[in-house]
Design a binder for this molecule. Structure first.
Ligand code: BYC
Length: 472
């Protein structure tokens, strides 16, 4: 279905046929815009940004490029097309028609999942609020803004569901979405990673590589939901998510490339003296962002996850492509946990292990980008390998919370941990160094900060010196 742009709120859900809902969302819209002004990218409202806007949800329509002032971006409500034959693919309700409305007994579970998902979207915009001031190029600045407006749209997607299907509770949750703020000691965002600061561009690229990838896996699981409007919302959100992870992967890759160039050119490991980011520091940032993102998958053994699945509200990654009974009542799954100071494998009912299974899918996916980063280092002839730390390393949620584990997966005493942790995680000094590289934004078309290589190609095939952002 084409998107109706003539409406105040662009949408492909025939919003104008439901006046009450339309009015409620039109009431929320100015509050969203106020939030964007106060908490979104700082001081950018007059910039013309070369952005991609969705004009339809099919494969041709969602990538239309043009200059837009961000407060005028057409945030709207876009769901993937409905399949009238769609059936629930898993759990106790397997084989029944997908729900077009919220079944009473699943109301609170669904609301909670939608609120948790929705909360992450504005959180990330808040975390990235000041990054534009230190952008390493116009190309990167534009990518940051593209991600920001799309996270704003993902918030709209969840707010639409809350307003359309959850009555007064839903409207209150939509308000609360703009009242919690990343890192706010009184009203923090719901999930840990979304209260961490994103103070520099190395953190930003790691965040978009690792934390946005959690988004991919969570959205894919929710795209299997028996609640069809949620499934269709998440399907469309996933098309946008791919760009965010691309920004992360290529961003880290370009920093590595530049670091290797400096090392080769000057025949030294001391890249800091040359104004680059040394490989061990990049590895430490990787360790931090990977472990904080692993926490986002929740407990290894979770009755919540089992209930979501049994009820049919949240599936597995690519559920319909998995060859099993899609009930999992008799299946087991091996998870890792700590017993007597050692990490051991333990079989648990597969239904309880769904968070861990999704985490494993995620880890496998993360590893692919690391291989590509290592190719960059190898091509430069440098003997260094980036690695993902062990899943138990520096965890705050689940079986490994409070246990000290090395990146190789060895359980450590507190003293051993303290003796080594500065080699594994960014120290204040590392962070201060990376921050010190973040000078004033590089605003000359085609120019890049010293510590990062240019991208292989431009957005939408634009030339290297394209003016992605016009400052007015
Ligand atoms: N921080 O049984 P458990 C994205 C809580 S990212 C704080 O394991 P469950 C994006 C948990 O809430 C994708 N608390 O829980 C990326 C529960 O609390 P209560 C976001 C945590 O429900 C970048 C308790 O611990 N989407 O889109 O199985 C930029 C017990 O845990 C954390 C979703 O997350 C944590 N890390 O699993 C922009 C999808 N982890 O109720 C956007 C929706 C757990 O006992 N959410 N807890 O007080 C879910 O599916 C689930 O809520 C979770 C947790 C997978 C997050």
């Amino acid at each position: 279905m084409a998107i109706d742009y003539s409406q105040l709120i662009p949408n492909n859900v025939d919003l104008s046929s439901d006046r009450r809902l339309q009015r409620a969302l039109e009431n929320w819209q100015p509050r969203f815009l106020d939030w964007w002004k106060d908490m979104g990218p700082d001081g950018t409202s007059s910039f013309d940004v070369y952005l991609r806007t969705a004009v339809s949800t099919d494969s041709n329509g969602w990538a239309n490029f043009g200059y837009v002032k961000m407060p005028e971006y057409r945030w709207g409500i876009f769901l993937a097309d409905r399949d009238p034959e769609r059936q629930i693919a898993f759990g106790d309700n397997k084989g029944k028609p997908a729900w077009q409305d919220v079944p009473g007994e699943m109301r609170s579970t669904l609301r909670r999942l939608i609120v948790t998902q929705g909360d992450t979207e504005p959180a990330s915009v808040e975390q990235q609020r000041l990054l534009g001031k230190t952008a390493p190029s116009l190309y990167d600045l534009r990518n940051l803004f593209q991600i920001n407006v799309e996270e704003g749209r993902h918030l709209w997607a969840m707010v639409y569901l809350l307003h359309a299907y959850f009555g007064r509770d839903g409207r209150e949750e939509a308000e609360a979405m703009l009242e919690r703020h990343s890192g706010d000691p009184d009203k923090p965002r719901i999930l840990g990673a979304f209260n961490e600061a994103t103070p520099d561009w190395l953190s930003f690229f790691m965040f978009t590589y690792f934390t946005d990838r959690d988004g991919k896996y969570q959205l894919a699981s929710l795209a299997e939901s028996g609640f069809d409007p949620l499934a269709r919302s998440c399907r469309f959100m996933l098309t946008e998510e791919a760009h965010h992870m691309f920004v992360g992967e290529t961003g880290v890759g370009r920093i590595l490339q530049r670091t290797c160039e400096l090392m080769k050119e000057h025949r030294t490991d001391d890249v800091r003296s040359l104004g680059g980011i040394d490989l061990p520091t990049i590895q430490k940032y990787l360790n931090f962002h990977f472990s904080v993102s692993l926490d986002l998958f929740g407990q290894e053994a979770s009755t919540n996850a089992a209930n979501y699945y049994t009820q049919g509200v949240k599936g597995r990654f690519l559920e319909t492509r998995i060859d099993d009974d899609h009930l999992l009542t008799n299946a087991t799954y091996e998870i890792e946990t700590v017993e007597d100071g050692r990490i051991v494998k333990k079989a648990v009912p597969a239904l309880q292990a769904l968070n861990e299974r999704l985490r494993q899918d995620y880890i496998d996916d993360c590893a692919k980008g690391v291989l590509r980063w290592n190719k960059t280092i190898e091509r430069a002839g440098i003997n260094f390998e980036m690695t993902l730390p062990h899943r138990a390393f520096d965890r705050q949620i689940g079986a490994f919370a409070g246990v000290r584990v090395s990146p190789e997966g060895k359980v450590l005493s507190e003293a051993e941990w303290n003796a080594h942790k500065d080699r594994w995680l960014p120290t204040d000094e590392d962070r201060a160094y990376v921050t010190s590289l973040m000078g004033a934004a590089v605003t000359q078309p085609g120019k890049f900060a010293h510590w990062i290589a240019p991208p292989a190609r431009g957005i939408n095939n634009q030339p290297g010196d394209f003016e992605y952002v016009r400052f007015n």
